[in-house]
Design a protein around this ligand. Structure first.
Ligand SMILES: C[C@@H](N)C(=O)N[C@H](C)C(=O)O
Ligand SMILES: [Zn+2]
Length: 228
């Protein structure tokens, strides 16, 4: 019952951050063998419906993370214990202690992503702007800096970048007003209409209500060979 999202809706943009070095760890995460968005079929179909609601408005979804194997979650946990590695702090958690990321709710020891019906995503205005390639070692900017100063993601302004482990990324943080607040609400409402529930601490994180494997945490690698 798992599928490659591209086989269900080829128009949804992808930027698989954990297959890349542009994430809070700073390198590819264990278990991400290919830059694919794998989801349960019901979650992929529901995302297709969300995309269909956005496209007439000149907008598209862009996914950052989909199914996440348990070995990737374990990689996050091992990384969190190594306090000496602060390589990506300046962008992803500038004012949060990395030792508190699990307790603060920004990382989960048993992640909904491992059940296959949870997705991290944003909205992009079409035609999608080209965004600069991330170069490991480049100077980093805080994910909560104004949109003109932080990493130039081609998503609409959500008030912070993706995986910004900071209270400003809480979906309804009262300091986020105007356009970024409206963008968060558009994403939340579009996803809700398609059957997904958001997460109060991360504007980008959604889980399909009535997911097919509510109690199963999978560990197959993210690779075409894992699919039927
Ligand atoms: C790490 C972030 N993208 C995320 O998905 N956080 C939630 C809490 C999780 O790990 O499940
Ligand atoms: Zn997530």
């Amino acid at each position: 019952r798992f599928v490659d999202l591209a086989a269900v809706d080829a128009t949804i943009l992808t930027e698989m951050r954990y297959h890349s070095a542009h994430n809070f760890v700073g390198r590819r995460i264990k278990g991400y063998r290919e830059p694919l968005c794998i989801l349960t079929r019901p979650a992929a179909r529901a995302l297709k419906n969300a995309q269909a609601a956005l496209r007439p408005r000149g907008l598209s979804l862009k996914v950052y993370d989909c199914y996440r194997p348990r070995r990737a979650v374990a990689d996050f946990a091992a990384w969190a214990e190594d306090r000496s590695d602060q390589r990506m702090k300046a962008e992803f958690y500038p004012r949060t202690d990395k030792g508190s990321l699990f307790d603060a709710g920004y990382l989960a020891r048993r992640s909904g992503h491992s059940r296959g019906s949870t997705v991290d995503l944003t909205i992009v205005r079409l035609p999608a702007a080209r965004q600069p390639a991330y170069r490991p070692g480049q100077p980093l900017t805080a994910c909560y800096a104004p949109v003109s100063r932080r990493f130039r993601d081609n998503g609409v302004d959500m008030g912070t970048g993706y995986d910004c482990f900071d209270p400003l990324a809480h979906t309804l943080d009262p300091r986020v007003t105007g356009v970024p607040r409206a963008n968060r609400i558009l994403l939340r409402d579009t996803m809700a209409a398609a059957g997904f529930t958001g997460y109060s601490k991360e504007w980008w994180h959604f889980t399909l209500a009535g997911e097919p494997y509510p109690d199963t945490y999978f560990d197959f690698p993210v690779a075409r060979g894992s699919l039927p």
